[in-house]
Ligand binder design. Structure first.
Ligand code: UT7
Length: 347
Protein backbone atom coordinates (compact mmCIF):
# COMPACT_ATOMS: atom_id res chain seq x y z
CA UNK A 1 0.00 0.00 0.00
CA UNK A 2 1.33 3.45 -0.91
CA UNK A 3 0.17 6.99 -0.40
CA UNK A 4 0.66 8.71 -3.76
CA UNK A 5 0.60 12.41 -4.61
CA UNK A 6 -1.79 12.40 -7.55
CA UNK A 7 -2.57 16.08 -8.24
CA UNK A 8 -1.52 19.59 -7.24
CA UNK A 9 -2.91 23.11 -7.29
CA UNK A 10 -1.96 26.62 -6.24
CA UNK A 11 -3.44 30.05 -5.73
CA UNK A 12 -1.59 33.33 -5.67
CA UNK A 13 -3.12 36.79 -5.16
CA UNK A 14 -3.10 39.09 -8.19
CA UNK A 15 -1.42 42.06 -6.46
CA UNK A 16 2.33 42.00 -7.14
CA UNK A 17 4.57 44.06 -4.89
CA UNK A 18 8.11 44.63 -6.15
CA UNK A 19 11.22 45.35 -4.13
CA UNK A 20 11.06 48.91 -5.44
CA UNK A 21 7.55 49.24 -3.99
CA UNK A 22 8.84 48.19 -0.56
CA UNK A 23 11.80 50.55 -0.83
CA UNK A 24 9.29 53.41 -0.97
CA UNK A 25 8.19 52.70 2.61
CA UNK A 26 11.29 51.32 4.43
CA UNK A 27 15.02 52.04 4.13
CA UNK A 28 16.04 49.28 1.73
CA UNK A 29 16.77 48.76 -1.96
CA UNK A 30 16.07 46.30 -4.74
CA UNK A 31 19.79 45.58 -4.91
CA UNK A 32 20.05 44.74 -1.17
CA UNK A 33 16.98 42.49 -1.17
CA UNK A 34 18.04 40.60 -4.30
CA UNK A 35 21.65 40.12 -3.22
CA UNK A 36 20.79 39.08 0.38
CA UNK A 37 17.73 36.90 -0.31
CA UNK A 38 17.15 36.28 -4.04
CA UNK A 39 13.70 37.89 -3.75
CA UNK A 40 12.43 40.16 -6.55
CA UNK A 41 8.73 40.41 -5.75
CA UNK A 42 5.90 38.96 -3.69
CA UNK A 43 2.11 38.72 -4.04
CA UNK A 44 -0.14 40.25 -1.40
CA UNK A 45 -3.78 39.33 -0.75
CA UNK A 46 -6.48 41.96 -1.07
CA UNK A 47 -7.74 43.41 2.21
CA UNK A 48 -11.00 41.46 2.02
CA UNK A 49 -9.32 38.08 1.27
CA UNK A 50 -8.65 35.58 4.06
CA UNK A 51 -6.32 32.60 4.06
CA UNK A 52 -9.22 30.19 3.51
CA UNK A 53 -9.99 31.94 0.20
CA UNK A 54 -6.51 31.11 -1.09
CA UNK A 55 -6.67 27.60 0.38
CA UNK A 56 -10.01 26.83 -1.30
CA UNK A 57 -8.78 28.09 -4.68
CA UNK A 58 -5.60 25.99 -4.48
CA UNK A 59 -7.61 22.93 -3.37
CA UNK A 60 -10.11 23.33 -6.23
CA UNK A 61 -7.25 23.56 -8.70
CA UNK A 62 -5.76 20.32 -7.35
CA UNK A 63 -9.15 18.54 -7.55
CA UNK A 64 -9.62 19.84 -11.09
CA UNK A 65 -6.21 18.54 -12.14
CA UNK A 66 -7.03 15.08 -10.79
CA UNK A 67 -10.26 15.03 -12.83
CA UNK A 68 -8.70 16.53 -15.99
CA UNK A 69 -5.78 14.10 -15.93
CA UNK A 70 -8.11 11.15 -15.22
CA UNK A 71 -6.26 10.27 -12.03
CA UNK A 72 -9.69 9.56 -10.51
CA UNK A 73 -12.98 8.15 -11.75
CA UNK A 74 -15.08 11.14 -10.62
CA UNK A 75 -16.29 13.48 -13.33
CA UNK A 76 -16.04 16.84 -11.55
CA UNK A 77 -14.01 18.50 -8.77
CA UNK A 78 -17.21 18.81 -6.70
CA UNK A 79 -17.92 15.08 -6.98
CA UNK A 80 -14.29 14.35 -6.09
CA UNK A 81 -14.45 16.66 -3.05
CA UNK A 82 -17.28 14.54 -1.66
CA UNK A 83 -14.98 11.51 -1.59
CA UNK A 84 -12.28 13.18 0.55
CA UNK A 85 -11.64 11.55 3.90
CA UNK A 86 -9.32 14.18 5.32
CA UNK A 87 -8.20 17.78 4.91
CA UNK A 88 -4.96 18.87 6.58
CA UNK A 89 -4.23 22.58 6.35
CA UNK A 90 -0.86 24.02 7.29
CA UNK A 91 -1.02 27.69 8.17
CA UNK A 92 0.25 30.31 10.60
CA UNK A 93 -2.39 32.83 9.59
CA UNK A 94 -5.75 31.22 10.33
CA UNK A 95 -8.95 33.07 9.38
CA UNK A 96 -9.93 33.21 13.06
CA UNK A 97 -7.72 33.17 16.14
CA UNK A 98 -7.79 29.79 17.92
CA UNK A 99 -11.04 28.45 16.52
CA UNK A 100 -12.57 27.33 14.31
CA UNK A 101 -9.79 25.50 12.52
CA UNK A 102 -9.45 27.08 9.08
CA UNK A 103 -9.49 23.58 7.56
CA UNK A 104 -13.15 23.34 8.65
CA UNK A 105 -14.00 26.46 6.64
CA UNK A 106 -12.22 24.94 3.66
CA UNK A 107 -14.03 21.61 4.13
CA UNK A 108 -17.38 23.40 4.15
CA UNK A 109 -16.72 25.46 1.02
CA UNK A 110 -15.37 22.48 -0.92
CA UNK A 111 -18.43 20.42 0.00
CA UNK A 112 -16.12 17.72 1.39
CA UNK A 113 -18.92 16.46 3.62
CA UNK A 114 -17.29 13.30 4.94
CA UNK A 115 -13.77 14.68 5.40
CA UNK A 116 -12.20 15.13 8.82
CA UNK A 117 -10.39 18.47 9.03
CA UNK A 118 -7.44 19.70 11.04
CA UNK A 119 -4.90 22.52 11.01
CA UNK A 120 -1.18 21.98 11.44
CA UNK A 121 0.64 24.95 12.93
CA UNK A 122 4.38 24.53 12.87
CA UNK A 123 5.00 27.63 10.77
CA UNK A 124 6.99 27.10 7.58
CA UNK A 125 7.41 23.36 8.29
CA UNK A 126 3.62 22.86 8.33
CA UNK A 127 3.31 21.36 4.85
CA UNK A 128 6.07 18.82 5.53
CA UNK A 129 4.51 17.85 8.87
CA UNK A 130 1.05 17.90 7.25
CA UNK A 131 2.03 15.53 4.45
CA UNK A 132 3.37 12.98 6.92
CA UNK A 133 0.32 13.40 9.18
CA UNK A 134 -2.11 12.88 6.29
CA UNK A 135 -0.19 9.87 4.95
CA UNK A 136 -0.09 8.30 8.41
CA UNK A 137 -3.83 8.82 8.91
CA UNK A 138 -4.61 7.31 5.51
CA UNK A 139 -2.38 4.33 6.28
CA UNK A 140 -3.80 3.70 9.76
CA UNK A 141 -7.40 3.00 8.70
CA UNK A 142 -8.44 1.01 5.64
CA UNK A 143 -11.60 3.13 5.23
CA UNK A 144 -9.60 6.30 4.57
CA UNK A 145 -8.42 6.70 1.00
CA UNK A 146 -8.10 10.33 -0.04
CA UNK A 147 -6.72 13.44 1.62
CA UNK A 148 -5.96 17.00 0.68
CA UNK A 149 -2.88 18.59 2.19
CA UNK A 150 -2.84 22.35 1.85
CA UNK A 151 -0.31 25.00 2.83
CA UNK A 152 -1.81 28.49 2.81
CA UNK A 153 -0.70 31.85 4.19
CA UNK A 154 -1.57 35.51 4.34
CA UNK A 155 1.72 36.48 5.97
CA UNK A 156 1.11 40.09 4.93
CA UNK A 157 -1.36 40.23 7.86
CA UNK A 158 1.29 39.37 10.46
CA UNK A 159 4.16 41.33 8.96
CA UNK A 160 5.57 44.41 10.65
CA UNK A 161 5.75 46.63 7.57
CA UNK A 162 8.10 49.02 9.40
CA UNK A 163 10.76 46.33 10.05
CA UNK A 164 13.06 46.25 7.01
CA UNK A 165 14.77 43.03 8.06
CA UNK A 166 11.59 40.94 7.99
CA UNK A 167 9.03 42.76 5.82
CA UNK A 168 11.07 42.25 2.67
CA UNK A 169 10.87 38.47 3.10
CA UNK A 170 7.20 37.55 3.14
CA UNK A 171 4.42 36.95 0.61
CA UNK A 172 0.94 35.39 0.44
CA UNK A 173 -0.22 32.27 -1.41
CA UNK A 174 -1.44 28.69 -1.17
CA UNK A 175 -0.61 25.27 -2.56
CA UNK A 176 -2.44 21.95 -2.33
CA UNK A 177 -1.68 18.29 -2.98
CA UNK A 178 -4.23 15.49 -3.38
CA UNK A 179 -3.18 12.18 -1.83
CA UNK A 180 -4.65 8.79 -2.62
CA UNK A 181 -3.88 5.46 -0.99
CA UNK A 182 -3.30 2.91 -3.75
CA UNK A 183 -2.06 -0.59 -4.21
CA UNK A 184 1.67 -0.07 -4.44
CA UNK A 185 3.18 0.61 -7.85
CA UNK A 186 6.87 -0.20 -7.73
CA UNK A 187 9.20 2.77 -7.82
CA UNK A 188 11.39 3.06 -10.91
CA UNK A 189 14.71 3.21 -9.10
CA UNK A 190 16.26 0.78 -6.72
CA UNK A 191 14.33 2.19 -3.79
CA UNK A 192 12.77 -0.12 -1.23
CA UNK A 193 9.32 1.49 -1.36
CA UNK A 194 6.47 1.92 -3.83
CA UNK A 195 5.60 5.23 -5.46
CA UNK A 196 4.34 7.94 -3.17
CA UNK A 197 5.59 9.25 0.15
CA UNK A 198 8.55 7.05 1.11
CA UNK A 199 9.68 8.57 4.37
CA UNK A 200 9.77 11.78 6.34
CA UNK A 201 12.24 13.36 8.73
CA UNK A 202 10.64 15.60 11.35
CA UNK A 203 12.29 17.55 14.13
CA UNK A 204 12.12 20.50 16.48
CA UNK A 205 14.46 22.55 18.61
CA UNK A 206 12.25 24.42 21.03
CA UNK A 207 15.22 26.19 22.58
CA UNK A 208 14.97 28.54 19.59
CA UNK A 209 11.32 29.45 20.32
CA UNK A 210 12.06 33.18 20.57
CA UNK A 211 13.87 33.46 17.24
CA UNK A 212 10.64 33.67 15.22
CA UNK A 213 7.71 34.74 17.30
CA UNK A 214 4.38 36.55 17.40
CA UNK A 215 4.67 37.83 20.95
CA UNK A 216 1.27 39.34 21.59
CA UNK A 217 -2.23 37.90 21.55
CA UNK A 218 -1.68 34.41 22.99
CA UNK A 219 -2.26 33.23 26.57
CA UNK A 220 1.23 34.42 27.65
CA UNK A 221 0.64 38.03 26.59
CA UNK A 222 -3.05 38.53 25.86
CA UNK A 223 -4.38 41.85 24.66
CA UNK A 224 -5.87 43.67 27.62
CA UNK A 225 -9.28 45.28 27.67
CA UNK A 226 -9.01 48.95 26.80
CA UNK A 227 -5.42 48.65 25.58
CA UNK A 228 -4.58 50.83 22.61
CA UNK A 229 -3.14 48.67 19.90
CA UNK A 230 -0.34 50.41 18.02
CA UNK A 231 0.39 47.54 15.65
CA UNK A 232 -1.28 44.23 14.80
CA UNK A 233 0.20 40.96 16.08
CA UNK A 234 3.32 40.56 13.98
CA UNK A 235 6.35 38.34 13.54
CA UNK A 236 9.57 39.27 15.28
CA UNK A 237 12.66 37.55 13.93
CA UNK A 238 16.27 36.98 14.86
CA UNK A 239 17.30 36.66 11.22
CA UNK A 240 20.88 35.56 11.73
CA UNK A 241 19.98 32.82 14.27
CA UNK A 242 17.26 31.47 11.95
CA UNK A 243 19.67 31.58 9.03
CA UNK A 244 22.30 29.52 10.83
CA UNK A 245 19.73 27.01 12.09
CA UNK A 246 18.27 26.69 8.60
CA UNK A 247 21.56 25.93 6.87
CA UNK A 248 22.36 23.25 9.47
CA UNK A 249 19.00 21.45 9.48
CA UNK A 250 18.55 21.56 5.72
CA UNK A 251 21.96 19.95 5.31
CA UNK A 252 21.26 17.30 7.96
CA UNK A 253 17.75 16.51 6.72
CA UNK A 254 18.75 15.99 3.08
CA UNK A 255 21.67 13.82 4.18
CA UNK A 256 19.43 11.75 6.48
CA UNK A 257 16.76 11.16 3.83
CA UNK A 258 19.33 9.98 1.29
CA UNK A 259 21.29 7.89 3.76
CA UNK A 260 18.24 6.02 5.06
CA UNK A 261 17.44 4.79 1.54
CA UNK A 262 21.10 4.43 0.45
CA UNK A 263 20.63 7.07 -2.23
CA UNK A 264 23.17 9.36 -3.83
CA UNK A 265 22.45 12.80 -5.17
CA UNK A 266 22.44 11.35 -8.71
CA UNK A 267 19.30 9.40 -7.75
CA UNK A 268 17.42 12.56 -6.78
CA UNK A 269 15.61 14.41 -9.59
CA UNK A 270 14.79 17.56 -7.63
CA UNK A 271 15.12 19.04 -4.15
CA UNK A 272 12.33 21.44 -3.27
CA UNK A 273 13.41 23.57 -0.34
CA UNK A 274 11.24 25.91 1.68
CA UNK A 275 11.70 29.21 -0.13
CA UNK A 276 13.01 31.43 2.67
CA UNK A 277 16.27 32.80 1.33
CA UNK A 278 18.19 31.64 -1.76
CA UNK A 279 21.46 32.08 0.16
CA UNK A 280 20.36 29.55 2.79
CA UNK A 281 19.77 26.99 0.05
CA UNK A 282 23.05 27.79 -1.69
CA UNK A 283 24.99 27.44 1.58
CA UNK A 284 23.37 24.07 2.36
CA UNK A 285 24.02 22.85 -1.19
CA UNK A 286 27.66 23.82 -0.93
CA UNK A 287 28.09 21.92 2.34
CA UNK A 288 26.60 18.79 0.77
CA UNK A 289 28.39 19.22 -2.55
CA UNK A 290 25.03 19.32 -4.36
CA UNK A 291 24.92 21.33 -7.61
CA UNK A 292 22.67 24.39 -7.43
CA UNK A 293 20.48 23.22 -10.34
CA UNK A 294 19.18 20.30 -8.22
CA UNK A 295 17.32 22.79 -6.03
CA UNK A 296 14.12 24.28 -7.36
CA UNK A 297 13.89 27.96 -6.47
CA UNK A 298 10.99 30.28 -7.23
CA UNK A 299 11.60 32.63 -4.30
CA UNK A 300 12.44 35.42 -6.75
CA UNK A 301 8.79 35.60 -7.77
CA UNK A 302 6.84 34.72 -4.62
CA UNK A 303 9.22 35.49 -1.70
CA UNK A 304 8.69 33.42 1.46
CA UNK A 305 5.10 32.11 1.64
CA UNK A 306 5.81 29.90 4.68
CA UNK A 307 3.79 26.68 4.63
CA UNK A 308 2.62 27.43 1.08
CA UNK A 309 6.07 27.62 -0.47
CA UNK A 310 6.69 23.89 -1.00
CA UNK A 311 3.23 22.98 -2.39
CA UNK A 312 3.33 26.04 -4.69
CA UNK A 313 6.71 24.84 -5.97
CA UNK A 314 5.40 21.28 -6.40
CA UNK A 315 2.49 22.59 -8.44
CA UNK A 316 4.72 24.74 -10.65
CA UNK A 317 6.96 21.76 -11.39
CA UNK A 318 4.05 19.38 -11.89
CA UNK A 319 2.06 21.65 -14.22
CA UNK A 320 5.10 22.43 -16.35
CA UNK A 321 5.78 18.69 -16.67
CA UNK A 322 9.13 19.02 -14.95
CA UNK A 323 8.28 16.11 -12.68
CA UNK A 324 7.94 12.66 -14.21
CA UNK A 325 6.45 9.53 -12.69
CA UNK A 326 9.13 7.69 -10.80
CA UNK A 327 11.24 10.79 -10.13
CA UNK A 328 12.69 10.96 -6.66
CA UNK A 329 11.91 14.27 -5.01
CA UNK A 330 13.03 15.65 -1.67
CA UNK A 331 11.22 18.47 0.12
CA UNK A 332 13.03 20.17 2.97
CA UNK A 333 12.19 23.06 5.24
CA UNK A 334 12.36 24.78 8.59
CA UNK A 335 10.36 27.32 10.50
CA UNK A 336 9.36 28.94 13.77
CA UNK A 337 9.40 26.69 16.79
CA UNK A 338 12.04 26.09 15.71
CA UNK A 339 10.93 23.17 13.56
CA UNK A 340 12.29 21.38 10.52
CA UNK A 341 11.72 18.38 8.31
CA UNK A 342 11.79 16.82 4.88
CA UNK A 343 9.85 14.33 2.77
CA UNK A 344 11.29 11.78 0.35
CA UNK A 345 8.75 11.18 -2.42
CA UNK A 346 8.66 8.94 -5.45
CA UNK A 347 6.57 11.07 -7.83
O1 UT7 B 1 10.68 31.04 7.10
C1 UT7 B 1 11.62 31.47 8.03
C2 UT7 B 1 11.68 32.98 8.01
N1 UT7 B 1 12.90 33.64 8.27
C3 UT7 B 1 14.09 33.42 7.65
O2 UT7 B 1 14.28 32.52 6.90
C4 UT7 B 1 15.16 34.42 7.95
C5 UT7 B 1 16.55 33.86 7.83
N2 UT7 B 1 17.51 34.96 7.81
C6 UT7 B 1 17.77 35.65 6.68
O3 UT7 B 1 17.23 35.39 5.62
C7 UT7 B 1 18.79 36.76 6.76
O4 UT7 B 1 19.41 36.73 8.03
C8 UT7 B 1 18.16 38.18 6.52
C9 UT7 B 1 17.75 38.31 5.05
C10 UT7 B 1 16.97 38.42 7.40
C11 UT7 B 1 19.22 39.26 6.79
O5 UT7 B 1 20.35 39.07 5.96
P1 UT7 B 1 21.81 39.08 6.56
O6 UT7 B 1 22.74 38.92 5.45
O7 UT7 B 1 21.85 38.06 7.67
O8 UT7 B 1 21.94 40.54 7.11
P2 UT7 B 1 22.31 41.01 8.60
O9 UT7 B 1 21.12 40.80 9.50
O10 UT7 B 1 23.62 40.44 8.99
O11 UT7 B 1 22.46 42.56 8.37
C12 UT7 B 1 23.50 43.12 7.58
C13 UT7 B 1 23.23 44.60 7.42
C14 UT7 B 1 22.88 45.30 8.72
O12 UT7 B 1 23.45 46.59 8.68
P3 UT7 B 1 24.81 46.91 9.51
O13 UT7 B 1 24.49 46.63 10.93
O14 UT7 B 1 25.83 45.98 8.92
O15 UT7 B 1 25.06 48.34 9.19
C15 UT7 B 1 21.38 45.44 8.65
O16 UT7 B 1 20.88 46.54 9.36
O17 UT7 B 1 22.13 44.79 6.55
C16 UT7 B 1 21.18 45.65 7.17
N3 UT7 B 1 19.84 45.29 6.69
C17 UT7 B 1 19.30 45.83 5.59
N4 UT7 B 1 19.78 46.76 4.73
C18 UT7 B 1 18.98 47.10 3.70
C19 UT7 B 1 18.98 44.38 7.22
N5 UT7 B 1 17.86 44.34 6.47
C20 UT7 B 1 18.05 45.23 5.46
C21 UT7 B 1 17.25 45.63 4.37
N6 UT7 B 1 17.76 46.56 3.51
N7 UT7 B 1 16.03 45.10 4.11
Amino acid sequence: MAVELIATGRAVPSRRVSNEDIAKTVDTSDEWIRSHTGIESRYIADDDAAVSDLAVEAARNALKMAVDRAEVGEKSPEELAETLDLIVLGTTTQDYYGCPATSCLVQNRLGAKKAAAMDVTVACSSFIYGLETAAALLSSDRRRRRALVIGAETLSRITDWTDRESCILFGDGAGAVLLEKREGAPAKRGISKDRGLVRTVLGADGSGWENLIIRRGGSRNPWKTGETVAINPHVEMNGRAVYNFAVRVITETIAALMEEESLTIQDIARIIPHQANARIVQAAGKRLGIPEEKFFLNIGKYANTSSASIPIALDELNRSEQLRRGDLVITVGFGAGLTYGGNLIVW
